[in-house]
Design a protein around this ligand. Structure first.
Ligand code: PMV
Length: 336
């Protein structure tokens, strides 16, 4: 019977790296080569929701994406479920039904795997009452999709490359309440080279990669200091330089991995021209690009309207959305 059916629904939001994670020193456990730091988005319209159900009558695992049953579970999802079975105390094999959907298009060119795996991890942790809920959820999210470990928390989140390699909130979103994010969608198609493949290729062929790793610790210290002091000038320089360095390393890979397109480069020039416009040394906007051509622009509230006008002038047909605020405390994600 289904009388013992239990079910939990959880939500999570995507995160955007300010200092990028690039390189896995352990593929199976997804242990990163370097520390990374991100911010978790909190627009009302960018969430992943995952419902996980279990009952003794289930005879296999099933996965529905946007209401459509998938023929098989992704191997990364299988990995997460194997870990759950290993951790549940009674040792009984449990089957689950996973239902997942995003409130933003999965093909929007925005990383949906981070929020998807984070919401799955939180839902499973709750459903099976696993101990140390947040670190367990972080572990499960990480083995599903590396950067998902950072979507377990809201605000500014650091993923450590040492010790347990879990994530922690460095500053809550409320710390920097004027902080906004503008996302532009230049191209919504799926990336040509997956980040997993590109990372492997980078480790094997790029010589700039080691040089990048040697810059991370100092940058991390400086970025945390900039966020602590709400020093936007310092923040902007570190973030833009890390984005460019990451894409330079991708370019240094053989065959090269090129995620930026002509529009991305145009936006880079536009932002620097805009920042220099008043000649008063105040940086108004910073950009970063993940493994794709779409810019994430960081800006303080006071400059949003002006910047959006500029964007509408230069990119009249492009979708631009201003995020309201970085996510508030993600603890609420655990109260499903
Ligand atoms: O977790 P993955 O495999 O989607 O890799 C993400 C890599 C970047 O988005 C480029 C950087 C990051 O830290 O999110």
């Amino acid at each position: 019977s289904d009388s013992d059916c239990r079910s939990v629904t959880c939500q999570a939001s995507p995160n955007i790296a300010l200092i990028k994670y690039w390189g896995k020193r352990n593929e199976e456990l997804i242990l990163p080569d370097n520390d990374s730091l991100s911010i978790t988005l909190d627009t009302n319209d960018m969430h992943s929701y995952t419902t996980v159900s279990t009952s003794s009558s289930m005879t296999c695992d099933t996965f529905y994406f946007d209401g459509v049953q998938q023929t098989k579970l992704a191997s990364r999802m299988q990995k997460v479920l194997n870990e759950i079975r290993r951790r549940t105390k009674d040792g009984k094999i449990k089957f689950v039904e996973i239902r997942s959907h995003n409130t933003f298009p999965a093909s929007s060119g925005l990383a949906s795997s981070a929020s998807a795996y984070a919401s799955l991890a939180i839902a499973l942790t709750n459903l099976f009452n696993l101990d140390d809920a947040q670190s367990t959820a972080a572990y499960l999210a990480r083995i599903g999709s590396g950067s998902a470990v950072r979507s377990i928390y809201g605000g500014f989140v650091r993923w450590s490359s040492e010790g347990e390699c879990l994530s922690s909130c460095v500053f809550p979103a409320e710390h920097w309440s004027e902080f906004r994010i503008v996302i532009l969608i230049f191209n919504s198609s799926k990336k040509a080279v997956s980040s997993t493949d590109a990372m492997q290729r980078t480790r094997q062929t790029s010589t700039l990669f080691q040089a990048r790793l040697s810059t991370i610790n100092e940058k991390m210290t400086q970025l945390i200091e900039a966020i602590k002091n709400k020093d936007f000038n310092a923040f902007a320089k570190i973030v833009m330089m890390d984005s460019s360095q990451f894409h330079a390393v991708c370019m240094d890979t053989y065959p090269p991995v090129i995620y930026l397109n002509e529009q991305s480069k145009h936006l880079i020039h536009l932002v620097h021209a805009y920042n220099q416009m008043d000649g008063d040394q105040t940086t108004k906007v910073a950009y970063t690009f993940d493994a794709g051509p779409n810019p994430f622009c960081f800006i303080r509230q006071e400059h949003v309207d002006e910047f959006l006008r500029l964007l509408k002038y230069f990119y009249p047909t492009v979708n631009a959305d201003a995020d309201k605020q970085v996510s508030s405390d993600a603890d609420e994600k655990f109260s499903s």
